[in-house]
Ligand binder design. Structure first.
Ligand code: GDP
Length: 297
């Protein structure tokens, strides 16, 4: 999480948890993310999420919100961490109940533990006749990871990402875990946060998905993100709707940057457009010099 020493406690408001889904290949990360994106566990919104912008927010029936990083696998997680970005509050680790605890499952567990991010296990594919969730939980216990129904403290839930069984309850457990973290941010200042992904769109120019972590981003703001800068011309949410403002824990795609920043780059807002541009230019110069130097060696 971003350190916000300058914020007075009364300025800090509750924010949604930011969740990454990790796990072994084929255990169901994409299916879970797709199910949550499309499902009617999400209240209050007609029409599903139409855009793949690298992150999306869902609202549960009771009004609580969760933000998902929509890049399954821990590559995104580690790439961001390598750039010093700590974006994830909670890791959902998907394990197929008809398989074993596999190498990438163990890797995901160590990544989450190294980052100090609490884990919620999603024991998946329980619709399959060969599913044996207890075998998975026993395996976890042998790794000193005791889940709740085995008398431990780690949340887990049996789900089927295919039928949707248990997914709502899984999300409720994620929110329970989030409550313990007391996630807060100050929405009443210039925005800062992290780049999730960025690409060049034929027609629209550079499109960057960013996650606002503190403050509120507005159309017209001057952004510095990695080696790129520019004025926010437009912002869209995961439903492709134009929006004017985005507060903490909101993923948003923005138009107007002069390049594609890298996943994990921090962004901040400047009062002065030229200042943002100058810093971006200096950073790209430094990067070029560094790459020339490494080529020589
Ligand atoms: P990923 O590699 O972890 O993203 O896994 P995918 O979501 O691509 O799933 C791998 C395969 O398992 C696909 O064929 C899915 O349709 C299937 N699958 C995922 N979740 C379930 C589930 O809960 N039940 C069943 N029966 N199949 C599932």
């Amino acid at each position: 999480a971003i350190v916000e020493e300058e914020d007075a406690p009364e300025d800090l408001k509750h924010r949604a948890p930011i969740v990454t889904v990790m796990g072994h290949v084929d255990h169901g990360k994409t299916s879970l993310l797709d199910y949550v994106r499309e499902a009617n566990v999400i209240a209050g919104e007609s029409g599903g999420i139409t855009q793949h912008i690298g992150a999306y927010g869902v609202t549960l029936e009771d009004g609580q919100k969760i933000t998902f990083l929509d890049t399954p696998g821990h590559e995104a997680f580690t790439a961001m961490r390598a750039r010093g970005a700590q974006v994830t509050d909670i890791a959902v680790i998907v394990i197929a109940a008809d398989d074993d605890i596999m190498p990438q499952t163990k890797e995901a567990i160590s990544h989450a533990q190294a980052a100090g991010v609490p884990i919620v296990f999603a024991i998946n594919k329980i619709d399959r006749p060969t599913a044996n969730p207890d075998k998975i939980k026993e395996g976890l216990a042998q790794m000193n990871l005791l889940v709740e129904d085995w008398g431990g403290k780690i949340q887990s839930h049996d789900i089927s990402a295919k039928t949707g069984e248990g997914v709502k309850e899984l999300l409720e457990k994620v929110l329970l875990e989030a409550e313990l973290l007391e996630l807060k941010a100050n929405p009443d200042k210039l925005a800062s946060g992290t780049v999730v992904e960025a690409f060049l769109d034929k027609g629209r120019g550079y499109v960057s998905t960013i996650l606002v972590q503190a403050g509120t981003l507005q159309v017209g703001d001057y952004v510095l993100a990695g080696t790129c800068s520019g004025k926010v011309k437009a912002m869209q949410d995961e439903r492709g709707r134009d929006i004017e403002k985005a507060g903490p824990a909101t993923p948003i795609s923005i138009l107007g940057l002069d390049g594609a920043p890298q996943a994990g780059d921090k962004f901040s807002i400047f009062e002065d457009e030229r200042e943002a541009k100058n810093i971006a230019t200096k950073r790209s110069q430094l990067q070029r010099e560094q790459s020339v130097r490494t080529q020589r060696h």
